[in-house]
Design a protein around this ligand. Structure first.
Ligand SMILES: *Cc1c(COP(=O)(O)O)cnc(C)c1O
Length: 330
């Protein structure tokens, strides 16, 4: 097997995911097509089980464990969409799952992951201290760590979305992908470019703390300061020891677009008002980038709606804010 996953690994992942994840709908968006000046199809992956695409990577990683590893169990530190996905996938596979988190993680997030059957290990007052608990469990209990993006089986699992896009829109010219650690973008780009080498792949992040964008510019993993953002699922670093996603995206990504908080809010509101769907900030950056005039009309464009896990009060505030709705009317 090559160092980075490619089409063969992604096709194997698709077989492994059959019957375990949803094949999500792809629907044309006339409103975005009018603004872009080219056909736009939205991939409604926020309808995935657990509310985000991360179930694909987590399920594929579990499917690739050896029997001995499955008997030991898995561990992660994510309290967001990856933690939810791993907890669900582990329960479905009958594998023990521990999610480590700091005592600062809000009770509702803790309870949501516990409700999916994972054991919660509260440790320390920061994500770094909680990671220390993961390291200890790996060393002492021999749990297998499944990271959120920088892992070949996780990347291949996310790449199955690229195969679905090729089935949904065979003449796709451009794919808009929410970008954080880059597991999604690396997998989708590997699938799409293997079949359609001239299709453009555009990653989209928030201006505040875009670690992959900074790392691509520097040519090595760099630390960025984390800031609050509506796109909370796009926060966090890429890992100073990054092994796969940075190198893959250096080859496969054509462009990265960075958005302001107001632009992200407009994307969320558009999804609700025009498409009738609830999408979290990090999941709505594709429509947001089109609305902001940052995407080129080069042909059929697919935007991935990646997640639905938004605080209901925050969502209600944004989709009823007159200043944000005003932006959509233009
Ligand atoms: C994790 C996540 C992303 C980004 O995925 P990466 O593989 O880290 O780049 C985008 N959208 C949502 C909703 C996510 O949960």
């Amino acid at each position: 097997m090559s160092a980075h996953p490619g089409l063969a690994e992604i096709e194997r992942a698709r077989a492994a995911l059959m019957g375990r994840v949803r094949q999500t709908p792809a629907r044309p968006s006339p409103g975005l097509a009018r603004r872009l000046g080219a056909p736009v199809v939205l991939k409604h992956e926020h309808e995935q089980i657990t509310g985000a695409f991360k179930l694909r990577g987590a399920t594929n990683a579990l499917a690739n464990l050896t029997d001995a590893e499955r008997a030991r169990g898995v561990v992660t530190v994510s309290t967001g969409n990856h933690g939810r996905a791993l907890a669900h996938a582990a329960r479905e596979a009958g594998v023990r799952c521990v999610v480590a988190m700091s005592r600062l993680v809000p009770a509702n997030k803790r309870d949501a992951i516990a409700a999916l059957g994972a054991e919660i290990a509260i440790h320390g007052a920061s994500q770094d201290e909680a990671q220390g608990e993961v390291d200890r469990r790996v060393a002492e209990e021999r749990l297998v760590e499944i990271p959120p993006f920088d892992h070949p089986d996780v990347i291949a699992g996310q790449g199955t979305l690229g195969l679905e896009i090729l089935d949904d829109v065979p003449d796709v010219a451009q794919v808009l992908i929410p970008l954080s650690g880059g597991g999604l973008a690396a997998g989708v780009a590997a699938a799409v470019k293997a079949r359609r080498p001239r299709a453009r792949v555009v990653g989209i992040s928030m201006e505040r703390g875009a670690a992959m964008h900074a790392s691509l510019a520097a040519g090595r993993p760099v630390l960025v300061e984390e800031a609050q953002s509506l796109a909370d699922s796009l926060g966090g670093g890429i890992g100073l020891e990054n092994r796969h996603t940075l190198a893959m995206l250096r080859d496969l990504m054509d462009e990265v677009v960075l958005l302001t908080e107001d632009e992200i809010a407009a994307g969320m509101a558009f999804c609700h008002v025009a498409e009738g769907v609830v999408v979290e900030g990090g999941g709505a950056v594709g429509p947001a980038a089109i609305l902001a005039g940052r995407i080129r009309p080069i042909g059929p464009t697919v935007a991935l709606l990646t997640g639905a896990n938004v605080d209901p009060a925050q969502h209600a505030r944004i989709v009823s804010d007159p200043a944000i709705l005003e932006r959509l009317a233009r």
